[in-house]
Design a protein around this ligand. Structure first.
Ligand code: CMC
Length: 390
C-alpha cells in the first residue's frame, strides 16, 4: 500500500524469524539454540557448536564422530584453486584474498547451485566449515612467501589450522595444546551472533537464490570493515599506538574517543545490541588471562594497556551514559598475538569462525519460506525534470 517505515541502520526492524541465536542486549545474554555461550565455551568445542548451530541440537557421541569425520574429509581444496592465489599481490590483505578465493569455490561445486536440494545444501555447509581454515592459512602462507601446507586430518580442527599456519616442509611443527584450546575458544566465541551486518548480508544475497559460496563471499566482504570484524585488528593497532600503560597516555586516547570532532573511537568498545556487557567479552578476557598466565606472559605490556584502558573507560561518564562496554574483540587480538598470529590475519580468523553462523542462517532461510530482501528508501534527490533540449 506504499506505506513503509524509515529505519536507517535497521535499529528497529526485524528482517526475519530465526531459531538459531538469541540475544538479550540489556541483560548481556547470548544463547545458541538455547544454550548460554559461557556454558558452551566451558564444556563444548567448536565442532560440537558447528553441529548445534547447523542442526539445532547437540550431537550424540556417534553423531559428533560422523560430523567430525565428514568435516575432515573435506579439508583439502581443489588443487586448481591454488592457482588463484598467484593472481594476487603478495602484500594483499588476507581478507582481500579470502573474499576472492571463497567466491571462487562456486566455480568448483556445480551441484551446490541446486539450493533446493537439502543434501546439496548440507554438503556445501560441510565444505565451507572444512575449507575455511585451509583457505585462511593459505592466505597467510602466500603473504609470507612460504609453500602452502596441506591439512592433516589426524589433528583436531584448531590444531590443524595452527599446523597449516605454522608448519613448513623443512620442519616438524608441534602444536602447543594451550594454543589449540585458545584458538578453539576464539572460533567458538565468534561462531554466530544473529542478524549482524555480515549475516544480514549473507541472508540478503541468499534471498536472491545465489549459491552458498557466493553468499559467504559477500559475508566476508561485509565483515571486513573496522566497525564489524575488522575491529580485532584495529584494537591491536590502537594498543600499539597507545604504547604504554601510563595514566596520561591512556587518558589521552579516551579523551580523543570522546571528542565528537575526532572520528576516532575506542576500538573493541561498544555494540549495537549489548547495552550492559558483551557476554563473549567476559569469556574472552578470562581466556586471555589463562593463556598469558600459562605462557608466562602475564606481564604482557599490551594486556596491561588493555586492562587499564578498560578500567579508565568504564569509570568515565561518557562511556557510562552511552552504555559502552568492551566487546568480543577487545581481548581476542591479545590472545591471537600470543599464539603468534600476525595482526592482519585477525579478521580472516573471525571470518573462518563466523562461517558456521552464516551458513546456518543461509540454510535456515532457504529451508523455509522466504522472500527476496528488498528494502525501500526515502528519495531525497532532484524532482522529475526534463532533459535539456539540444
Ligand atoms: N568509542 C567512542 N564512542 C563510541 C564508541 C566507541 N567505541 N562506540 C559508540 N560510541 C558513541 C557514539 O559516538 C554515539 O555517541 P552519541 O550518542 O554522542 O552520538 C553513541 O556511543 C552510540 O553509538 P552508535 O555509534 O550510535 O552505536 P552503533 O550501534 O551505531 O555502533 C558499533 C556500534 C560497534 C559500530 C560502535 O560502538 C563502534 O564503532 N565501536 C568500535 C568498533 C568495534 O569495536 N566494533 C566491533 C563490534 S563487536 C564485533 C562484531 O560483531 O563485529
Amino acid at each position: 500500500n506504499g506505506v513503509f517505515t524509515y529505519d536507517p541502520g535497521f535499529m528497529a526492524t526485524a528482517s526475519c524469524e530465526s531459531k538459531i541465536t538469541y540475544i538479550d542486549g540489556g541483560q548481556g545474554i547470548l544463547l545458541h539454540r538455547g544454550y548460554p555461550i559461557d556454558q558452551l565455551a566451558e564444556n563444548a568445542d567448536y565442532i560440537e557448536l558447528c553441529f548445534l548451530l547447523l542442526n539445532g541440537e547437540l550431537p550424540t557421541p556417534a553423531q559428533r564422530d560422523k560430523f567430525e569425520n565428514t568435516i575432515r574429509r573435506h579439508t583439502m581444496v581443489h588443487e586448481q584453486l591454488t592457482q588463484f592465489f598467484k593472481g594476487f599481490r603478495r602484500d594483499a590483505h588476507p581478507m582481500a584474498v579470502m573474499c576472492g578465493v571463497v567466491g571462487a569455490l562456486s566455480a568448483f561445486y556445480h551441484e551446490a547451485m541446486d539450493i533446493s536440494d537439502a543434501y546439496h545444501r548440507e554438503v556445501s555447509a560441510h565444505r565451507l566449515i572444512a575449507k575455511m581454515p585451509t583457505i585462511a592459512a593459505m592466505c597467510y602462507k602466500y603473504s609470507i612467501g612460504q609453500p602452502f601446507v596441506y591439512p592433516r586430518n589426524d589433528l583436531s580442527y584448531s590444531e590443524n589450522f595452527l599446523h597449516m599456519m605454522f608448519a613448513t616442509p623443512c620442519e616438524e611443527y608441534k602444536v602447543n595444546p594451550i594454543f589449540a584450546k585458545a584458538m578453539d575458544r576464539i572460533f567458538m566465541l565468534h561462531a554466530d551472533h544473529e542478524q549482524n551486518a555480515s549475516t544480514s548480508t549473507v541472508r540478503l544475497a541468499g534471498s536472491t537464490g545465489a549459491n552458498p559460496f557466493a553468499c559467504i563471499a559477500a559475508g566476508i566482504a561485509a565483515l571486513w570493515g573496522p566497525a564489524h570484524g575488522g575491529a580485532n585488528e584495529a584494537v591491536l593497532n590502537m594498543l600499539d599506538e597507545i604504547g604504554d600503560d601510563s595514566e596520561e597516555n591512556i587518558q589521552r586516547f579516551v579523551d580523543k574517543a570522546k571528542d565528537k570532532k575526532d572520528p576516532f573511537k575506542l576500538m573493541g568498545f561498544g555494540h549495537r545490541v549489548y547495552r550492559n556487557f558483551d557476554p563473549r567479552a567476559k569469556v574472552m578476557k578470562k581466556t586471555c588471562d589463562e593463556v598469558l598466565q600459562e605462557l608466562g606472559m602475564a606481564d604482557d605490556p599490551q594486556l596491561k594497556i588493555a586492562k587499564r584502558l578498560e578500567e579508565i573507560a568504564l569509570e568515565d561518564d561518557y562511556f557510562k551514559e552511552r552504555k559502552l562496554y568492551p566487546n568480543v574483540d577487545f581481548y581476542s587480538g591479545i590472545i591471537l598475538k600470543a599464539i603468534g598470529i600476525p595482526t592482519n590475519m585477525f579478521t580472516a580468523i573471525f571470518a573462518l569462525s563466523r562461517t558456521i553462523g552464516w551458513i546456518s542462517h543461509w540454510n535456515e532461510m532457504i529451508s523455509n519460506d522466504y522472500k527476496i530482501g528488498r528494502p525501500r528508501q526515502l528519495y531525497t534527490g532532484a524532482p522529475q525534470r526534463d532533459y535539456p533540449a539540444k
